[in-house]
Design a protein around this ligand. Structure first.
Ligand code: ACO
Length: 370
């Protein structure tokens, strides 16, 4: 038995949700470029859960459900109030999502209908949890979800209490479309492993949030912004990047396990970053990002991934840096839950083997003789 480090190249599940073939990403067979240009996040979530694009009535039904489920209970709000003000935002999200299960009467119902309702409920409530955490730590009261609105609009509204600009809603919505699913990425795999024991959907999503938190996965978008802030100016980029590369340090937001010729989602975020920069009159983050890309691609042949330009997009939308990965979670929740439902449909325990590299033929030594 020989291990494959990081399971690289291992096909670990069958799935009809999303595919990456020859560098092309599709959700249920629809090219991500087509969806990014044309679909809303709610349409994409419907597509991932139900396997088809919704008609008008189906989409309106889903939006109604999302609006109905969006408020979170006072118990969960009161619990968030007890979190330390400097709690890591992904740790707070992981804890709060786990708590949501305690107040969901259907938490233990394993029927497909109940699991689908829970998926939609989680999709509705994740933005409310994140916005509540963000406000509570600033000493403010949480704001109730905005009625009859999209996930993107309601989330931006709950953060500030102000009606967001159309351009901000559209930008966030597109970012949500781009992050919604990505085949067997680390967090989705974590969710599938968890529920393949026939554990519940909340446990699966809690595992996934834990996996997304790391800087080699979703946490990279925050790390990109930390880097941009550290570099500070376009003039400093060259020295900073060359030194990092010479020291064999990783540049966050570059490279990918599957895409070796570029992440198809990155170009949409680059475009958004430039457009938002122009609109707000602040192109600094975009210009620094372009310069970094030029150097990293030129010197290492590495291309930006989805996390790289999302950092400047979210910053231009005035979203606090440590909410970038929670926003990724809002979007990827649609994919996680679609995968959880798919796992339940044709379940088998996921239990691989390990290549043993420890000592052999050891003889037990009594404790007095050690
Ligand atoms: N900066 C500099 N060098 C890099 C980078 C990077 N971002 N990514 C890979 N490399 C180098 C490695 O140092 C390694 O070089 P070596 O062969 O000389 O040792 C080589 O490229 C292969 O890298 P691995 O880390 O083995 O590639 P792997 O497929 O395991 O990792 C990963 C993929 C984790 C995404 C990696 O590229 C990385 O760490 N990137 C930075 C973090 C990041 O942006 N993560 C987000 C990924 S997208 C997402 O999850 C949403």
């Amino acid at each position: 038995m020989t291990a494959t480090k990081g399971l690289e190249g291992i096909v670990a599940a069958e799935s009809s949700i999303s595919s990456i073939i020859d560098g092309v990403l599709t959700y249920r067979g629809y090219n991500i470029d087509d969806l990014a240009e044309n679909a809303t996040f709610e349409e994409v979530a419907y597509l991932l859960w139900y396997g088809k694009l919704p008609n008008r009535a189906e989409l309106a039904g889903l939006i109604d459900q999302l609006n109905e489920y969006a408020p979170i209970s006072n118990e969960v709000i009161n619990q968030i109030k007890t979190y330390p003000k400097d709690a890591n935002s992904m740790a707070a999200l992981r804890t709060a999502v786990s708590s949501l299960a305690l107040y969901d009467a259907e938490a233990g119902d394993m029927s497909r209908e109940a699991n689908l309702r829970k998926a939609i409920r989680l999709q509705a409530q994740l933005p409310t949890v994140i916005a509540a955490f963000s406000r509570i730590r600033e000493g403010k009261e949480p704001i109730a979800p905005k009625k009859a609105s999209s996930v993107a609009e309601s989330f931006l509204y709950m953060l500030t209490g102000k009606d967001p600009e159309k351009v901000a809603i559209e930008a966030l919505d597109k970012a949500l479309v781009l992050h919604a699913d990505h085949e067997l990425n680390a967090s989705t795999f974590a969710a599938r492993v968890t529920v393949a024991t026939l554990s519940d959907i909340y446990s699966g999503v809690t595992s996934a949030i834990g996996a997304l938190k790391g800087p080699l996965h979703g946490g990279a978008n925050e790390a990109v912004m930390a880097m941009l802030e550290e570099v500070g100016t376009v003039e400093n980029v060259e020295n900073y990047i060359s030194t990092k590369l010479a020291n064999k340090e990783k540049i966050m937001g570059f490279g990918h396990r599957v895409y070796k010729n570029g992440d198809p989602r990155a170009k949409h975020l680059l475009k958004m970053s430039q457009e938002l920069g122009k609109m707000t009159g602040n192109l600094k983050w975009f210009e620094m990002s372009v310069k970094i890309e030029e150097l990293v691609t030129g010197q290492k042949g590495l291309k930006p991934n989805v996390d790289f330009y999302s950092a400047s997009v979210y910053t231009t939308l005035e979203i606090p840096r440590d909410l970038f990965t929670p926003i990724f979670a809002i979007s990827r929740l649609s994919g996680w839950t679609a995968h959880i439902l798919e796992q339940f449909e044709n379940n088998r325990l996921i239990r691989p083997r390990a290549e043993y590299t420890g000592p052999t033929h050891q003889k037990y030594v009594s404790i007095d003789q050690r």
